[in-house]
Design a protein around this ligand. Structure first.
Ligand code: NAD
Ligand code: TDX
Length: 350
């Protein structure tokens, strides 16, 4: 098996490449990654001498770069994307480019290089956010898509285009829609790594709105196992929900982080809400379970403990990130919100 992993130097990609490298010792893995602010070649540096791993820097929107890495592969797993909802609210341009146009470039190359009948697999990693906010119950793969943020709308565009290439051109596309991942190597802009690293630094934990929005949490190693199962046992033309089955209010997550890091609960601050903030997502994962046998095995408390330990042991990884371009981003995203002071001491109840 020769596997191309696009966006492999980001959070889930790094975990997936490491997982597959160890679980399938006869597979060759090539990563194509643009190395945006969210990607780090160093995450996978130790695999570079193994003879089974190759890193190529390049943009999935660039047909020449894509052609150069795709000609001899059996499967492509596409993680490459702009992924942070808050950044998509500030500026959606790069989301439209990478999450829609980039997917199109990958699909065009698959179509060109694989005349009908060829079976190069294409796994498009999508998200539960494409269903939009679901107040009650669980979304099934056949449900209507109602994305509400520029991020989720771009991801919906990418996966719909991918399925169109399955139906129209016979490209062997499979789509996965997963819930919120957490674990090692996650860029500290997302809720869990931001709150863990802020707690370790004694900085405030800015909780949006009333802290009552709910997410379903999936430990990243479980996500990797699910993706390998889908790659090996899933069906082209199918969509698979992949969830952790562990739904929590954000305020509970914040308190769990405070507890796991030994920080003070006073660090938790209620701040102005994210515009268009989806209240809840929930996934019915019976299809992936029935067809591949996969189910998540990591309880949230255990996954969080492992994640906190990883951030404690890898301070140089995240403190470097947080002292760079991130500072400007953090100030523009949180500076005004935090100084507006809706924290518990100012009356906001967590
Ligand atoms: P991430 O932001 O940590 O990493 C994204 C990676 O893609 C980075 O390495 C970046 O350099 C690379 N990249 C960005 N634009 C690129 C381009 N134009 N060409 C090549 N590489 C490019 O993201 P993540 O959290 O690891 O998410 C991976 C995928 O999983 C994304 O498609 C995301 O939409 C999806 N997803 C993530 C979650 C989650 O909770 N993190 C949940 C569901 C779905
Ligand atoms: O500072 C914060 N405070 C806060 O209350 C941040 C960054 C987030 N939140 C809230 C917003 C959400 O309700 O926490 C929840 C989780 O937020 P994020 O970590 O930004 O994730 P989310 O918006 O749910 O999207 C994530 O899951 C689905 C990923 O970023 C997406 O890439 C993925 O598709």
């Amino acid at each position: 098996m020769r596997l191309l992993v696009t966006g492999g130097a980001g959070f889930i990609g790094t975990n997936f490449v490491r997982y597959v490298h160890s679980a399938r010792p006869d597979w060759h893995i090539r990563v194509l990654d643009k190395l945006t602010y969210a990607g780090r070649r160093e995450n996978l540096q130790d695999l570079e001498g193994s003879g089974r791993y190759q890193f190529v820097r390049g943009d999935i929107c660039d047909p020449v770069a894509v052609r150069g890495v795709m000609s001899d592969v059996d499967a492509v797993v596409n993680f490459a994307a702009e992924t942070h909802v808050d950044r998509s609210i500030m500026d959606a341009g790069s989301f439209v480019r990478t999450d829609i146009e980039g997917v199109w470039v990958l699909l065009e190359e698959l179509r060109r290089g694989s005349p009908a009948g060829d079976s190069t697999r294409f796994i498009q990693i999508s998200t539960d956010e494409v269903y939009g906010s679901v107040e009650q119950g669980l979304s099934k793969e056949s449900d209507q898509l109602r994305p509400t943020s520029p991020y989720s709308a771009s991801k919906a565009g990418g996966e719909l285009l991918a399925m169109a290439y399955f139906h129209t051109h016979g490209v062997a596309v499979t789509v996965t829609r997963s819930s919120n991942n957490y674990g090692p190597w996650q860029y500290p802009e997302k809720l869990i790594p931001l709150f863990i690293t802020n707690a370790l630094e004694g900085q405030p934990l800015p909780l949006y709105g009333d802290g009552g929005n709910r997410r379903d949490w999936l430990y990243v190693e479980d996500q990797c196992a699910a993706l390998l199962a889908v790659l090996e046992k899933g069906t082209p033309g199918a969509v698979y929900n992949i969830g952790g089955g562990q739904e929590l209010e954000n305020s509970r997550v914040a308190r769990a982080i405070v507890e796991a890091t030994g920080a003070s609960e006073d660090l938790i601050r209620l701040v102005a809400d994210r515009p268009g903030h989806d209240r809840r997502y929930g996934l019915d994962c019976s299809r992936v379970r029935t067809e591949t046998g996969w189910h998540p095995v990591t309880p949230f408390e255990e996954g969080l403990a492992r994640t906190v330990e990883w951030y404690r042991e890898n301070v140089s990884w995240w403190s470097g990130i947080k002292s760079g371009e991130f500072r400007k981003y953090y100030e523009s995203m949180y500076g005004g919100r935090l100084s507006a002071g809706r924290g518990p001491s100012a009356g906001g109840k967590v």
